[in-house]
Design a protein around this ligand. Structure first.
Ligand SMILES: C[C@](O)(CO)[C@H](O)COP(=O)(O)OP(=O)(O)OC[C@H]1O[C@@H](n2ccc(N)nc2=O)[C@H](O)[C@@H]1O
Ligand SMILES: Nc1ncnc2c1ncn2[C@@H]1O[C@H](COP(=O)(O)OP(=O)(O)OP(=O)(O)O)[C@@H](O)[C@H]1O
Length: 280
């Protein structure tokens, strides 16, 4: 028997991201608000019964290099944990920029885990899925929860749902600018003074500028460019996506967004919205 699923894996931004001192296990505790955005990878999964695990992925040539796709790792972990074997063909239409801080790979593998669990009649509990998710990456548990927005602590696995908002958002990407998450965290270890303060979620956009800080902002060369400064002065809020390299600008209205879109911009631009689903 086989079944086909068409799924969307949404990207996220971090509204505020404080990074504390490195722990003994090499990871840094963070405090953040994760928020999904309406930018997604389209993933088609064909799952068939089989006596051994077979994973085929199509469409990942552009981003995979010599890495193993996180979606393949998700299949292996799911099979190990459940002792269920299957033949899976995954087709991905990648729209989320990678090494960009948008959590694309994390969202893709969370989507695969959730779909496998759905196919196999919820064989794993949410708690078991969250445990596997953290083995795949610090951002993966957020995508397992299904929340539009959440406070995240620990490595990002201590999650509490937050109310989502739906302001227009523009992602700016400088051509050729890629950031390795590991290297970005390493750079922050050079800081002399580390603050741990993190505000409660200010839903009102006018409060974000003075309350939400991403510690990775200081290591993003694009933020020192005159063009970026000029563009961001036309938005209500701007910050780095995760550990970079993409930046995002938030607008209070479509009118403010349209004024912004009439400006000259040499960066690649993705125009979307913070995601507030109707399920809640
Ligand atoms: C920057 C964020 O995207 C913010 O949400 C996340 O903290 C990063 O999450 P991620 O991409 O899933 O990262 P992981 O795959 O877990 O970790 C990649 C590498 O980044 C570093 N890392 C990551 C998360 C964390 N809290 N502390 C770290 O020091 C570690 O060196 C780790 O080996
Ligand atoms: N499904 C996937 N999508 C994107 N990258 C993947 C995937 N699987 C493995 N990778 C590898 O992971 C690296 C980047 O992953 P990803 O896009 O999650 O990072 P990111 O954009 O920096 O997100 P974040 O740091 O916010 O989690 C790439 O070098 C890529 O080869």
């Amino acid at each position: 028997m086989s079944a086909i699923y068409n799924e969307r894996a949404y990207a996220k931004v971090n509204l505020g991201l404080r990074v504390l001192q490195k722990r003994e296990d090499g990871f840094h505790p963070v405090k953040t608000i994760f928020h999904k955005i309406n930018l997604f990878d389209d993933i088609t999964l064909k799952i068939s019964d089989s006596n051994n695990l077979k994973v085929k992925i199509f469409g990942n040539e552009e981003y995979i290099g010599s890495n193993v796709d996180l979606m393949e790792k998700a299949c292996i972990l799911f099979s190990d944990k459940t002792n269920i074997y299957f033949d899976i063909e995954i087709k991905i239409d990648k729209k989320i920029p990678f090494q960009a801080g948008l959590g694309g790979g994390s969202s893709d593998c969370a989507t695969v885990l959730l779909t496998l669990n759905k196919h196999f009649n919820n064989v794993l509990t949410k708690a078991e899925l969250l445990k596997i998710a953290l083995m795949l990456g610090s951002d993966v548990p957020f995508f397992i929860t299904g929340f539009d927005a959440a406070y995240g602590e620990g490595r990002g696995e201590l999650l509490k749902e937050a109310e989502g908002v739906s302001y227009p958002i523009v992602i700016l990407k400088k051509k050729g600018s890629l950031v390795s998450t590991k290297e970005a965290f390493k750079k922050l270890d050079e800081r002399k003074c580390i603050s741990s303060s993190f505000p409660s979620w200010p839903l009102k956009l006018e409060l974000w500028k003075n309350n939400l800080v991403n510690d990775f902002d200081i290591i993003q060369p694009i933020r020192a460019e005159d063009e970026f400064k000029k563009l961001s002065s036309n938005a209500s809020f701007d910050s780095t996506c995760g550990s970079g390299s993409c930046q995002f600008l938030v607008f209070e209205s479509d009118k403010q967004l349209n004024n912004f879109l009439s400006l000259r911009c040499s960066y690649e631009m993705l125009v979307t919205k913070l995601r507030k689903s109707t399920l809640h």
